[in-house]
Design a binder for this molecule. Structure first.
Ligand code: MGD
Ligand code: MGD
Ligand code: MO
Length: 765
């Protein structure tokens, strides 16, 4: 399947150090690193002004991740990577009309993703006319008329798709889906399709709600916290404070991960004196190096021990809970009995003694929380694996009790909120019926396209207009060359964004680039300062209000942009008063309150100091499933066919990136500097293949007879199971086959695909 089109076109430094001694995660080096970044991009005053407002009451929500804020906040309630996300947005550099005059789109395409995002903030609306080599300025009103014209020219509203990235506020996202449904389609693909969709599907089926069931306080009461397939030291650094406190008071913290992630081993709090001295708190009491895609087998093995122990001595299972609150125990029991130890050991790659140790710790713990992220969600068997997490917890009644429950740790800071307010390609009838009744629109009932559907539909001409509320669809999606070619077939692509990225350059025949305010910036509509609201990973809805002066006078807020786009397309005659909503967000919140269960009295409740908690029946042992009970069931251990000379590869985040935004080319805790085109591999595998550490290799992925190749990747010896390898997202995305998707959730399998390696031709860098 062709050559590597996403290859960083300009080499940016070559040095890769091997894993020598690394200090405890975070600590002084973290503080220094984020300050350096903040000073370079946003300057002393703007940077400090921004940082002091992060996650404070009356301030703005950190755009970094969705980990909740404690009720009592320290003065600086952010982390190294949150600080970088804020500084990146507070950037004092500008991508203005002169910049676009100087650089053609094809020039820009030859630059790396890192370079593109480092050019600064977008400043005014731009258009790329058919055949033009450069973006040119366009007024806001002309931009909306152009978009309206192209959308009206479609044979059906289903020929347009409307993507959302998880940074959009509840107000922007609600208005966006209302606009899309008023127009007449459910084509609302979003980054959840690439992210926690598997969690939503698995939790919805078993618990009746597609969200986590714990609150931050529960971590103070848990005896055992499982961290499965998640790297919080990099991706949710504030979570380390919570885990460190749990470890300090003697709770067991068990990490289940193919890689030994430094920050899961020990952590130095950057905001305490001890942390500043580089002393680390031990985080993980046990570290289980499961094989990629082996978690289902591992969980099955643990349940096999639990069941055996119940049968020999009794008193292990929580029978009152199982009898009163669950269905399907017999099926679960049968599937556990039927699983063979040889399959469990082969698939998980974990020793029998380790599985037994894990089971004993589980059985000794009265209150268990299981956390996970992308290490569980982006596999073929992801949904089944997450159901097994629920099954394991249910065996001892770990739901609806203090200190126990499930915690899918969300990625983007408002990805959970976006779903709550209707960003979903396949909403329930109950949701649509209530929305229609409250707003007077007539929502279409046909399910829309998710991300992968959208790519196929653009490729074969069924979708011709693509609109994105944030994100970087071209780089974040799988099978990069195919995704980019599909975007190229559109008649119009519209990108609402803060910073330049590859999606703004792989365009349709006409392209609009609409620059918006970031979360840290002041938003004034009709003379009134506005705030927006977001939902964190634990279902708490709270306000976020930017204070910085906008990066440019021509920037507009996301709600305003969506409202104007809607009005340009749908006019002023319909049931929704678009312009009025876009100019006063209280009106949007009032409409949400009427439209969505759980948001009643929104405008009042969200103004209280810590916001409000959305309803979650599981916390009271109410399961919104057809039977009203938690659904247990049978899962089978999946097979992953790996041929001779082949490996399983996962794509992971480095410490210096936020998704497709690359801050710097380092990955401190993994000992990588100045380089992102790397493949982590066990030293014995490097030797067995006849390679040397540091050598460059070409990587080919294999899927049902098709292949995809990226070239010139550097081999880095690493503590990872044999037969497993890792590379970075998004550089390795060209390897992820579009057709390789998780069962049920249809999430691309970016954490498990089959690859092989060849030495790169000499001189090929
Ligand atoms: N600084 C920063 N913060 C972020 C982001 C960012 O890019 N940068 N991204 C945000 C987003 S959108 C998200 S979704 C989250 C992502 O947060 P994470 O899920 O923590 O991020 P990843 O790096 O994708 O990988 C997760 C971990 O899964 C492990 N893993 C891979 N395969 C398996 C497996 O089969 N089994 C097990 N047990 N483990 C496995 C990997 O070794 C890695 O440690 O972070 C959010 N926060
Ligand atoms: N191979 C592989 N692929 C993956 C993953 C993986 O682990 N491996 N992870 C997947 C996951 S979990 C996710 S969530 C997706 C992420 O996919 P996306 O959400 O589509 O991508 P991001 O990189 O987060 O988007 C970055 C861009 O968002 C814009 N932006 C930033 N802030 C704002 C804002 O406030 N408003 C607006 N309108 N725009 C803004 C900027 O222009 C920036 O360039 O990628 C997925 N892709
Ligand atoms: Mo994500």
């Amino acid at each position: 399947m062709g050559d590597d089109s996403s290859r960083e076109p300009r080499s940016e430094g070559e040095r890769t150090v091997s894993r020598a001694y690394l200090p405890a995660a975070a600590g002084p080096s973290a503080v220094a690193s984020s300050l350096r970044y903040a000073l370079r991009t946003s300057g002393v005053v703007r940077g400090a002004q921004a940082l002091l407002r992060v996650n404070q009451p009356g301030g703005f929500d950190c755009p970094g991740c969705a980990w909740p804020d404690p009720k009592e906040r320290s003065m600086a309630e952010f982390c190294e990577n949150g600080a970088r996300a804020v500084a990146h947005e507070a950037d004092t550099r500008r991508v203005d009309r002169e910049f676009f005059l100087e650089h053609t789109v094809s020039d820009l395409l030859s630059q790396s993703d890192h370079w593109l995002e480092q050019q600064g903030r977008l400043t005014e609306p731009m258009v790329l006319h058919p055949g033009a080599s450069n973006y040119a300025p366009i007024s806001w009103s002309d931009a909306f008329s152009l978009a309206g014209r192209e959308l009206r020219a479609l044979a059906s509203p289903d020929e347009a798709a409307f993507y959302t990235s998880g940074r959009a506020s509840n107000e922007a996202a609600f208005l966006y889906q209302l606009f899309v449904r008023s127009f007449g389609t459910n084509n609302l693909p979003d980054c959840s399709n690439l992210c926690h969709e598997s969690s939503g599907k698995a939790l919805g089926a078993t618990l009746g709600i597609g969200k986590g069931t714990v609150q931050l306080e529960d971590f103070e009461a848990a005896d055992l916290i499982l961290i499965i397939g998640q790297n919080p030291g990099t991706n949710h650094p504030r979570m380390l404070t919570t885990l460190g406190a749990a470890a300090d008071r003697g709770a067991a913290v068990i990490s289940i991960n193919p890689l030994r992630e430094r920050a899961l081993e020990s952590f130095a709090h950057p905001q305490t004196l001890l942390g500043m001295c580089g002393e680390g708190t031990k985080i993980s009491s046990d570290y289980v190096q499961v094989r990629i895609h082996g978690d289902l087998a591992l969980l099955k093995g643990v349940m096999k021990f639990v069941l055996a122990e119940e049968r020999t001595r009794g008193g292990v299972l929580d029978w009152p809970f199982l009898n009163e609150h669950t269905t399907g125990f017999a099926e679960l029991e049968r599937s556990i009995d039927e699983a063979s130890w040889s399959d469990i050991l082969a698939s998980s790659g974990v020793a029998l003694e380790t599985i037994e140790r894990l089971a004993r710790t589980y059985m000794q713990s009265q209150r268990v929380i299981a956390c996970w992220a992308m290490g569980l969600t982006q596999h073929k068997n992801a949904v089944g694996t997450i159901r097994e997490v629920v099954h394991l917890l249910a065996l001892r009644g770990n739901f609806g009790r203090e200190g126990a429950g499930v915690c899918p740790v969300r990625g983007h800071s408002n990805v959970q909120g976006d779903r709550s307010v209707g960003i979903h390609e396949a909403p329930t009838e109950a949701f649509l019926a209530k929305l229609d009744e409250a707003t007077g629109i007539a929502s279409p009932r046909k399910a829309g396209f998710d991300v992968v559907d959208t790519i196929h539909a653009m490729a074969d001409g069924r979708v011709r207009v693509f609109v994105a509320l944030g994100g970087n669809f071209a780089a974040a999606s799988p099978d990069t060359p195919r995704t980019q070619a599909a975007l190229g077939k559109c008649t119009l692509t519209v990108q609402i964004a803060t910073k330049l990225n590859r999606s703004h350059l792989t365009t349709g025949r006409t392209a609009l680039l609409l620059p918006c305010l970031g979360r840290s910036e002041r938003d004034v509509q009709d003379g009134q300062t506005q705030f927006v609201t977001v939902e964190n990973s634990m279902g708490v809805v709270h306000t976020s209000e930017g204070r910085l002066a906008p990066a440019s006078e021509s920037l507009r807020s996301e709600p305003w942009i969506v409202a104007q786009l809607a009005q340009a397309l749908l006019g002023t005659e319909g049931p929704v008063a678009w312009a009025a909503l876009g100019s006063d967000y209280n009106r949007i919140r009032d409409l949400i309150a009427k439209s969505i269960v759980g948001f009643e009295n929104y405008n009042v409740r969200v103004r209280s100091k810590n916001g409000f908690l959305l309803p979650n029946g599981v916390r009271a042992r109410q399961f919104d499933t057809p039977s009203g009970k938690l659904r247990l069931g049978a899962e089978t251990i999946p097979e992953l066919k790996v041929g001779p000379g082949q490996f399983v590869m996962m794509t992971i985040r480095s410490h210096d990136q936020f998704n497709t935004t690359i801050y710097e080319l380092n990955d401190r805790y993994r000992g990588i500097r100045g380089e992102r085109r790397v493949v982590f591999m066990h030293p014995a595998d490097i030797e067995a293949l006849g390679f040397e550490a540091g050598q460059r290799v070409d990587v080919t992925s294999h899927y049902e007879g098709t292949t995809r190749t990226i070239t010139s990747m550097k081999l880095v010896p690493y503590d990872i199971p044999r037969g497993n390898t890792a590379s970075y997202f998004p550089e390795a995305n060209p390897l992820v086959p579009l057709e390789s998707q998780a069962d049920e959730s249809r999430t691309p399998t970016s954490k498990s695909f089959i690859v092989s390696f060849l030495a790169s031709p000499i001189g090929g860098v």
